[in-house]
Design a protein around this ligand. Structure first.
Ligand code: RFL
Ligand code: PHB
Length: 394
């Protein structure tokens, strides 16, 4: 058995876990990240692309803004299109004074790994059989298998940053947990293509299904379409994808879209999920391990970042000032923001997707949601405020 000692054991080396270890390091707090997958696997995952103003600022504040500011694509607003209705540009900058950034989670993860390596951070990849012990004692433990050896990490606190399928949430006794869930009867088929992107991040409703145009950098486009939850990647050739996408968007948009061979294609299920509370004794959950949102509204990664903002601040207060009040309130503080995002992403998902088996009443409500948005500056302002994200230091 190899024994390690650290202050914070972090389970999961995705954006939440890596960002936490980086911020703790900046504040002189030692941590160890334990990740199930290989580094190449984690860095190769293609997921989020839109960063709220607060996320952008936080990344700059912790010294991770250089590449994002060089390669990311800032936006002052987001577009909506609708079959047989006028398009709408939500001028987020006008309503909030802030812009958001299109910059891939893949790049953020690369930036974080690079920074942790430069700082000699401890990250153990390809760890299996990860288990949590003694959460209610002063020195909890994480055990795992790596490089053919048993390891144990003795620590002060455990951060569960291991995503929706991780072990951390399962370590909280079920009778103390409450979970809330919605699943949706469709998925998003996403592709990446090395072609110049459409100018805006654009959400499109069509009776055949939702479509989204997004981007990663000036030569890398990201598009999604709503597909049946049973569909398989092999059912979707590039040609079929582009035909479906272009049918779902208006001419003024499709004439500006450049198509090309896909370099990645995947189908993601949609889910809303919250598990409360996000803390139990010396274990604290952050990011997708505690909550999942459907990607409509682009909130998942941003929530992981705001959780880490709250959790790192709380841990810093403990070590610097022996003040436990932020840590005791961590779950409550984080959940207020999380429910706001769960709400927005659920409403946008309902408004922008065609649901199998829906009736004419549902369709009229959806049309009326968009008609109201088209007509009301107040509703546009409200959407802009939610899309850009609440300030982290609320
Ligand atoms: P992650 O990224 O899932 O990382 C968790 C890490 O934990 C590891 N792990 C374990 N490690 C040790 N032991 C175990 N037992 C473990 N089990 C798991 C995993 O290997 C992994 O490395 O969670 P984290 O860090 O909380 O980050 C959350 C974000 O990844 C997620 O919320 C976003 O990607 C969601 N999301 C979006 N969010 C946005 O803010 N803006 C977007 O534009 C956006 N678009 C998206 C998205 C998610 C998508 N998919 C595929 C779900 C678009 C898509 C298509
Ligand atoms: C993305 O670029 O991957 C993206 C953009 C906006 C969303 C979801 C995903 O709402």
């Amino acid at each position: 058995m190899v024994t390690h000692k650290t202050q914070i054991a972090i389970i999961g080396g995705g954006p939440a876990g890596l960002l936490l270890s980086h911020i703790l390091h900046l504040n002189g707090i030692d941590s160890m990240v334990i990740e199930r997958q290989s580094k190449a696997h984690v860095k190769g995952r293609i997921r989020a692309g839109v960063l709220e103003a607060g996320t952008v600022q936080l990344l700059r504040d912790v010294g991770l803004g250089d590449r994002m500011d060089r390669e990311g694509m800032p936006h002052d607003g987001t577009s909506f299109t609708w079959e047989n209705k006028p398009s709408l540009f939500i001028d987020v900058k006008k309503f909030t004074g802030k812009s958001f950034m299109a910059y891939g989670q893949t790049s953020i993860t690369e930036d974080l790994y690079l920074q942790r390596e430069r700082d000699n951070g401890q990250i153990i990849c390809e760890a299996s059989e990860v288990q949590i012990h003694d959460i209610d004692e002063k020195k909890p433990k994480v055990t795992f298998l790596a490089d053919g050896q048993n390891h144990e990490v003795i620590c002060d606190f455990i951060a569960g940053c291991d995503g929706f399928h991780g072990v951390s949430r399962q370590s909280i006794p079920t009778h103390l947990q409450r979970s809330f869930q919605r699943t949706y009867p469709f998925g998003w088929l996403g592709i990446m293509a090395e072609v110049p992107p459409y100018k805006d991040v654009l959400y499109g409703y069509h009776s055949e299904g939702f479509a989204l145009a997004s981007q990663r950098n000036p030569m890398l486009s990201r598009f999604y379409i709503q597909v049946d939850i049973q569909d398989k990647i092999k059912d979707w050739s590039d040609d079929r994808f582009w035909e479906a996408l272009l049918r779902r968007l208006p001419n003024e948009v499709t004439k500006e879209i450049q198509t090309g061979p896909s370099i990645e294609k995947s189908i993601a299920p949609l889910r809303s999920f919250v598990s409360e509370p996000m803390q139990y004794k010396r274990l604290f959950l952050a990011g997708d391990s505690a909550h999942v949102v459907p990607p409509t509204g682009a909130k998942g990664l941003n929530l992981a970042v705001s959780d880490i903002y709250f959790l790192s601040r709380a841990l810093i207060e403990v070590y610097k000032n022996n003040n436990f009040s932020h840590l005791e309130n961590y779950s409550k503080t984080a959940l207020a923001r999380i429910w706001g995002a769960i709400n927005l992403s659920w409403r946008l998902t309902k408004m922008l997707h065609t649901f199998p088996g829906e009736d004419p009443f549902d369709q009229q409500i959806r049309q009326s949601d968009y008609d109201l948005l088209l007509r009301s500056e107040e509703l546009q302002r409200s959407l802009a405020v939610q899309y850009i994200g609440l300030p982290l230091n609320l």
